[in-house]
Design a protein around this ligand. Structure first.
Ligand SMILES: C[S@@+](CC[C@H](N)C(=O)[O-])C[C@H]1O[C@@H](n2cnc3c(N)ncnc32)[C@H](O)[C@@H]1O
Length: 486
């Protein structure tokens, strides 16, 4: 064990350098069996939120903490196609960054005691399907009797939210003068979308995670079977043209999965669970029954918090961070989703605005839903004896361990200066130590860093008491082994 501890000098860097086999992000998967047809060939240029002030006749904006002169409403012409209310944005811009499109501060944000609004998206721009009968859409675009209505109606509202939303999205693209026809240009094409639903068999095998690969294969099959059942040769043209090939449908499902919200909404007197695609900022909230980090993402319903457990949250253009500077808020009174900056948060011009998509979920779940993983996911960590908790990726990196859980091995190519010694106990620990249980208090990276530092100091003290080199350790072990076998 002693020689392995020498590598702990790398620990401070472990939070940022990825282990390739776990830190997998799907980027360009081309050779797809059923050649997915992208929504558009290219995504439009980034939107600059600092454009001319539009008029919003029926819209009374929420009072915000900044003076009116500092606000920069965003409403390029294409947002206004017969919609009374439009999306508004303050002090932000949409730009392409390392994680695709993202939302960035277009000016410094000083910390304020109260959260402040940076985006407002009205219900009219969202695609919404309620989960329970009588289920309904927003906007009211599917006429009764249209065959897509019957297809959606044939699904299970509890389990098929992604298939239902995919149908609605494809219908919206096809409907004349629909906002989504234009917004579709901002969605990632099949080549750009990181969803593993669009991955080939080859791509999935590269994950080196057989569980994840088989889950994704099953999901692909499910979407494919749904398409085959509902897009057979006898369907009317108005259905056929929505998804002429299965790739188009699976692309729509991947958009629904990676950009949708499931939340409770009140429309009139009715409170229902709804699945929504929210342009600019939308989210997936699958109730999990667990409450973690609720302070990071609170959805407040007419002043009262309706749900306080949001393991899965994504936004349409907002990227994910485990230390986000923003959160989402449903404003019942005028049926708006607001993106708000955390109270007390300072953000510098050019910094990215982020929210937390998931709580209490390991990287495998991030990969399954969104096609990326995070080396600072506090839920992918293992408990050491004592108080120190270390991220699983950090642990494996420090000891140059590669492979899949259960088959971990020491990868000498990753080791520094030919030091290929690793104690079997370390590998055994990596194989057997559980990742955090759901009941544990999650760590944030700064806490983990502190824990690693403590662990490192402890190890160095131990090492000082046994000042052998790796070569000496191996020799000693070799002799020991010879003694035992002899
Ligand atoms: C809701 S969208 C966010 C907008 C997206 N970046 C885009 O270009 O449209 C979610 C997708 O963004 C990407 N993403 C978001 N946060 C990320 C992160 N922290 N690391 C890597 N990719 C991320 C993933 O491709 C994910 O499926």
């Amino acid at each position: 064990m002693a020689a392995s501890f020498v590598s702990l000098h790398h620990v401070s860097g472990c939070f940022t350098y990825p282990r390739p086999e776990r830190e997998y992000r799907r980027t360009h998967f081309h050779s797809h069996g059923w050649s997915p047809a992208p929504a558009t060939k290219y995504r439009l240029r980034p939107i600059n939120a600092s454009v001319e002030t539009p008029s919003f006749p029926l819209f009374q904006p929420t009072p915000v903490q900044e003076s009116a002169s500092q606000l920069e409403p965003a409403d390029p012409d294409f947002y206004k196609i017969g919609y009374v209310r439009s999306m508004r944005a303050y002090g932000i811009e949409f730009k392409e960054g390392p994680d695709g499109f993202g939302v960035y501060a277009s000016k410094d944000v000083e910390p304020l005691r109260r959260a402040r609004v940076i985006m407002e998206i009205p219900l009219e721009l969202m695609l919404t399907i309620r989960q329970k009968l009588p289920w309904m859409f927003f906007p009211d675009i599917v006429p009764l009797g249209h065959p897509i209505f019957d297809i959606i109606n044939s699904t299970n509202p509890e389990t098929d939210w992604d298939l239902r939303l995919a149908c609605l999205l494809l219908y919206a693209f096809d409907k004349e003068d629909n906002f989504w026809q234009l917004y579709g240009d901002f969605l990632p094409s099949a080549d750009e979308c990181t969803s593993l639903l669009l991955a080939t068999e080859d791509d999935l095998s590269q994950l080196q995670d057989t569980d994840l690969a088989s889950t994704m294969k099953n999901q692909q099959l499910r979407a494919l079977e749904f398409w085959e059942k509902n897009w057979h040769s006898g369907v009317p043209l108005k259905i056929k043209r929505l998804a002429r090939d299965p790739g188009r449908f699976i692309w729509a499902v991947s958009i629904a999965q990676s950009r949708c919200i499931n939340m409770q909404v009140r429309i009139g007197a009715l409170v229902q669970d709804a699945n929504m695609l929210i342009p600019y900022a939308g989210l997936v909230i699958l109730l999990h029954g667990l409450l973690y980090f609720s302070f990071l993402c609170l959805l407040v319903y007419d002043g009262c918090m309706l749900c306080d457990a949001y393991p899965f949250v994504t936004t349409d253009m907002l990227n994910h961070s485990f230390q986000p500077n923003c959160f989402l808020h449903w404003r019942f009174k005028d049926r708006m989703v607001e993106v708000m900056i955390n109270a007390g948060q300072r953000i510098r011009k050019g910094e990215e605005m982020t929210i937390n998509y998931m709580n209490g979920q390991q990287n495998q779940m991030l990969m399954q839903r969104y096609g990326f993983s995070s080396s600072v996911n506090p839920w992918d960590s293992i408990p050491f004896s004592g108080n120190a908790h270390v991220h699983l990726d950090s642990f494996l990196s420090v000891f140059n361990i590669s492979g899949l859980p259960g088959e971990y091995y020491h990868n000498s190519q990753l080791a520094d200066k030919g030091d290929n010694f690793v104690d079997g106990a370390v590998i055994a620990a990596a194989r057997t130590l559980p990742t955090w249980s759901d009941g544990d208090v999650p760590l944030i990276p700064s806490m983990e860093r502190k824990a690693v530092k403590e662990l490192q100091e402890e190890c160095q003290q131990m090492l000082a008491r046994f000042p052998t080199t790796s070569a000496q350790d191996q020799k000693l072990l070799g002799e020991h082994f010879i003694c035992l076998s002899g």
